[in-house]
Design a protein around this ligand. Structure first.
Ligand SMILES: [Zn+2]
Ligand SMILES: [Zn+2]
Length: 667
């Protein structure tokens, strides 16, 4: 695609508002901005040409629709982050010596960017080096160096980067098509593109675009950390050093983000899990295999009870299946071929035959469907199980609860007729949203993954896929769901909907998922008798609102900073007598609370009330119920709420009523 496409000596450009401007042939984005007004000329960072972001200095093609990208929008911020990533790479070379550094890739990410580096010597960037890199970045930005684009053939590019002994860039170039673009940084005050890179100029392979010059980077950034990262994410490749940076267009946003990061480290669920005695990992049991301590198991049980009750209201039936199954089962289901890398090594011997630890519950549920002849009259059939599954995650990837080797899925499989698909899908979405709302994970974005056009990436009938995709999107629209469509992101067996929540610290987590499946019914030859007596194939919906309970707990503990709401708290009330004189009344109150179904800690230690209250606060117990002589005389209880502090003394009945309301309203 060439740039100068003017048919005559003029180019006409359509602006987003539909108006058309005529400029001289060869006019650039910068010329267009200046033509519109001096304010825009100053603010312009790049142009969007027919949906493609480009440098301001490139000529505009005739007939294009062009919008000017400024620093105030999301596109502009991303452009600035990307350009700042180059500045960081340049700064790293300047600080450590350009001949010692090889550059990997440096993409933008949510809240900033990173860049991967490799050193010819075995140097390691240390945390204490970051300040020097940051300072050098400030100088580069102040120097207002221009980003100059140059295009060469692939051979030329390989020669240039080969001479620099940069195998990473050469590997990338080999996969690109002509022409290859790179950018060099020219001193401020130079003009045009033919200044040529001098020997000291910073050069980086990049598709672009960038802001016109480093001085235009009105950004606030902070280098956060250095971490090892395999080149291209493959552990067979060398380990590079990845420097992460936060980067924002305004100071406040950076400050808020840094505050969130600090809070996140305080809230780290591994730390809180220990402090609150929720779960435990031991090497003797094995990495990635969490042990739930009584308090953590209590939270899990409450969550499971909650979801079970909601499922019963929606016509689900509970099933229960073993943790292993014959290898043949997973061959039939396709897991052995598509999922083998994530499965544990097989069990069994010659006599027993081969068995696998189940990586998913689906095939077992399919066998339950097949256990009986099915008629359209009993569909939809909704089979639910809190099923524990096992995945052979690499030990380097294990960290707390968010990635484990054994976990429980709040799984269910719905077997439906094509006519029922949309309603059942809606029902599932409603349940997922209700569940996430209840957990105050109410900032949810749904991602609809549609079919990958490559033919071996999907199975089933094209018209079925299209119908299911249309129905999923229609259901999302009807339900007013905030969703995006991600083309090609479907599972190979059907379209899916993933739920991504944003937590209290503005981090995104993918939790629940709903998937439509035509493949397993086919593989297992599932049937039902239709109204007209014909044998028909049901469609399966796989769904898990929480996803994995372990992962959900990891996310949720951090979301609420370990302060579980009353309905979920493993201990809801700590009953604390002021002195031993109130012990009998304290026992009576504790029993009354337990009789009403609440979870109580008897804080009957022989010590002053101060430490008892302090301990309850550290354990994040929602209420402390204090009984002293005054309370006994007036038949009341003094209550300290975790959220509201000291409450007015209340009768025992009022306190019981308050707790009952908290639980009923899931507060
Ligand atoms: Zn770039
Ligand atoms: Zn499934």
């Amino acid at each position: 695609m060439g740039d100068a496409t003017a048919s005559g000596d003029k180019v006409s450009i359509t602006l987003p508002d539909g108006s058309v401007r005529t400029l001289g042939a060869g006019a650039t984005g910068a010329d267009l901005a200046a033509d519109i007004g001096p304010g825009l000329a100053k603010a312009a960072l790049a142009v969007d040409v027919d949906g493609e972001l480009r440098d301001l200095s490139r000529p505009l093609p005739d007939g294009a629709t062009v919008s000017i990208v400024k620093g105030d929008g999301e596109q502009g911020l991303d452009l600035m982050r990307h350009s700042t990533a180059h500045v960081m790479a340049q700064a790293v070379m300047d600080v450590f010596g350009s001949s010692t550094v090889r550059l990997g890739i440096g993409p933008t990410i949510k809240n900033g960017f990173y860049y991967d580096f490799d050193f010819v010597d075995d140097r390691h960037i240390k945390e204490e080096d970051l300040a020097a890199i940051e300072a050098r970045m400030g100088e580069i930005i102040a120097a207002d160096q221009r980003f100059v684009r140059e295009e060469v053939t692939r051979e030329q590019a390989l020669e240039t980067w080969g001479a620099r002994d940069d195998r990473f860039k050469c590997e990338l170039i080999a996969e690109l098509e002509d022409p290859i673009s790179f950018y060099f940084n020219a001193p401020a005050g130079t003009q045009g593109a033919d200044v040529g890179a001098d020997g000291d100029a910073f050069v980086d392979l990049c598709l672009g675009p960038h802001v016109p010059s480093t001085g235009r980077l009105k950004v606030f950034y902070k280098l956060l950390s250095v971490a090892g990262a395999y080149w291209r994410g493959d552990e067979k490749n060398p380990m590079m050093q990845r420097v992460y940076a936060a980067c924002f267009a305004d100071k406040k946003a950076l400050k808020k983000h840094l505050g969130n990061l600090e809070e996140a480290s305080k809230r780290d669920h591994r730390k809180l899990g220990k402090q609150l005695k929720l779960f435990h990992f031991t090497d003797r049991v094995g990495p990635g295999l969490p042990l739930w301590l009584p308090r953590g198991a209590q939270v899990l049980e409450t969550l499971v009870d909650f979801l079970k009750a909601e499922q019963r209201k929606r016509g689900y039936q509970t099933v229960s299946t073993p943790h292993i199954g014959r290898l043949e089962l997973y061959k039939t289901s396709g897991h052995w071929f598509n999922y083998r890398d994530s499965m544990f090594p097989l069990l069994g011997d010659e006599e027993l035959g081969a068995f696998a630890l189940k990586p998913m519950n689906c095939p077992h549920h399919v066998e339950i469907y097949k256990s009986d002849a099915r008629s359209y009259r009993e569909l939809p059939l909704r089979l639910a199980e809190f099923g524990t599954v096992y995945r052979y995650e690499k030990s380097g990837e294990l960290g707390g609860l968010k990635r484990v080797r054994g976990f429980t899925v709040d799984d269910a499989h719905l077997f439906v007729t094509p006519d029922q698909l949309q309603d059942e899908f809606k029902g599932v979405v409603e349940l997922v949203r209700m569940v996430l709302n209840t957990l105050t994970l109410d900032s949810v974005e749904a991602r609809v993954g549609t079919r990958d056009n490559v033919s071996d990436k999907w199975v089933g009938e094209l018209d079925q896929w299209e119908r299911a995709q249309a129905e999923i999107i229609e259901a999302c629209e009807e339900m007013g769901l905030d969703f995006v469509v991600e083309e090609g992101e479907a599972a190979f067996y059907g379209p899916k909907l993933d739920f991504v929540v944003t937590d209290a610290l503005d981090r995104e987590w993918q939790l629940g998922t709903v998937q439509v499946d035509y493949n397993l019914p086919e593989r297992f030859d599932l049937e039902y008798t239709a109204k007209d007596g014909k044998r028909e194939r049901p469609i399966m919906i796989h769904r898990a609102p929480f996803g994995s309970l372990e992962r959900l707990m990891g996310v949720y503990i951090e979301h609420v900073a370990g302060a579980f709401p009353v309905w979920l708290a493993p201990v809801q009330v700590s009953v604390a007598p002021l002195t031993d004189d109130q012990l009998p009344a304290a026992r009576e109150l504790a029993t009354a609370l337990e009789q009403a179904g609440h979870r109580v800690h008897r804080s009957f230690e022989n010590e002053p009330i101060g430490p008892k209250i302090k301990r309850a606060r550290l354990e994040k117990i929602p209420y402390v119920a204090i009984l002293g002589p005054r309370e006994i005389d007036s038949s009341t209880v003094s209550v300290r709420s975790r959220e509201e502090g000291e409450l007015d003394p209340m009768t025992w009945d009022d306190f019981l009523g308050r707790l009952a309301t908290d639980v009923a309203e899931r507060r």
